[in-house]
Design a protein around this ligand. Structure first.
Ligand code: ADP
Length: 321
């Protein structure tokens, strides 16, 4: 393997820079030329590709977002469009590709390796923690810390005014961010898609907190269940409960990556290049029980159920949230 490329694709996540940096530095350490493809598959199609040196990834480990940029290009599902993009890779002689993104991005990578002589490895980058085959995705820990900061602030005003607050957090169909944030933020209740709690159960927890003398309540709601506005309305209509809701939104995707995300990204980026050097392809790297692992792209595409940490669900139940 003499030349590889790296791109970031799909939704950005804090720590993607640290992953790309690790790919670049590991490749150069091993005498491999490394190219950055800017704006994901869009940049591949447009030939927005540049050879990277160690200096190009200086001062980025602490920065959120992705210096390579990210873009969505639905047309990449069209083989004719990919043919044009492949020409750009072949012109340079790229033999290996590291794709930092989610399962949509992995699909693009799979198609490329079927249509040209290129080995592909995926690195899971998303705050949602919803990619099969890894306990944690890059960006999750940073987003979680951002949410906790917000919960702590909202708690100050909630307790001053004896209010019930619904805090809607991201995660798409996954409840990980809400579950972890509920536990770490000391919420009175958590609603996640994986547990399907009824509104009665949520109300019971709010009432239990009140019985313990707590006049304010924080309900952490995963966006995959319903919106904060919807839950707030339902609590009013069905139980006469007044609440305020806050949708944290895109602040959750930004910010300087946490130390844990930087280390995770560095390990995964380094591992991805190791695998390419061994001639391995069609797999995503991940972490399981703190060990580096790989999962076939096909297994990721076939996984229909999102895996949530069931032990943690039990912990949250026994803690009364
Ligand atoms: P994520 O990687 O976070 O899941 P998307 O699903 O938006 O994000 O995918 C990112 C990009 O990957 C898309 O904009 C498209 O360029 C490419 N992609 C997604 N699905 C496919 C597919 N089935 N075939 C080829 N390319 C795809």
């Amino acid at each position: 393997m003499k030349k590889i490329a790296v791109l970031t694709s799909g939704g950005d996540a804090p720590g993607m820079n640290a992953a790309a940096r690790a790919v670049v530095r590991t490749a150069i350490y091993n005498g491999i030329e490394v190219y950055g493809i800017y704006q994901g598959y869009k940049g591949m199609l447009e030939g927005n590709i540049k050879k990277l040196e160690v200096g190009d990834v200086g001062n980025i480990i602490n920065r959120g977002g992705t210096f390579l940029g990210s873009a969505r290009l639905p047309e990449f599902a069209d083989p004719e469009v990919r043919k044009e993009a492949i020409k750009n890779l072949e012109e340079i002689g790229i033999e290996g590709l590291v794709v930092i993104g989610g399962d949509g991005s992995y699909k693009g990578a799979t198609k490329l390796s079927q249509e040209m002589n290129i080995k592909t490895i995926g690195i899971p980058g998303t705050i949602d923690n919803d990619i099969y085959g890894t306990d944690f995705t890059i960006g999750f820990d940073t987003a979680l810390n951002t949410i906790i900061e917000s919960i702590d602030k909202i708690r100050d005003t909630a307790s001053s005014h004896d209010r019930v607050f619904v805090i809607e957090v991201m995660g798409r169909h996954a409840g990980d961010l809400a579950l972890f944030a509920g536990i770490a933020g000391g919420a009175e209740s958590v609603m996640i898609p994986e547990q399907k709690d009824t509104l009665e159960q949520v109300m019971e927890r709010v009432n239990n907190a009140e019985k313990r003398g707590k006049k304010h309540s924080i309900i952490v709601l995963a966006e995959g269940v319903m919106s904060g506005a919807e839950l707030s309305n339902k609590l009013k209509e069905q139980f006469g409960l007044e609440s305020r809701y806050t949708t944290l939104g895109h602040v959750q995707r930004g910010g300087s990556p946490s130390a844990m995300d930087r280390v995770l990204a560095s390990r995964l980026g380094n591992y991805a290049v190791d695998l390419l050097m061994e001639g391995i392809s069609g797999k995503a790297v991940g972490i399981r029980d703190n060990k580096l692992v790989t999962t076939d792209f096909e297994d990721i595409f076939n996984a229909t159920e999102h895996e949530i940490d069931l032990n943690l669900c039990e912990v949250s139940k026994q803690l009364g949230i």
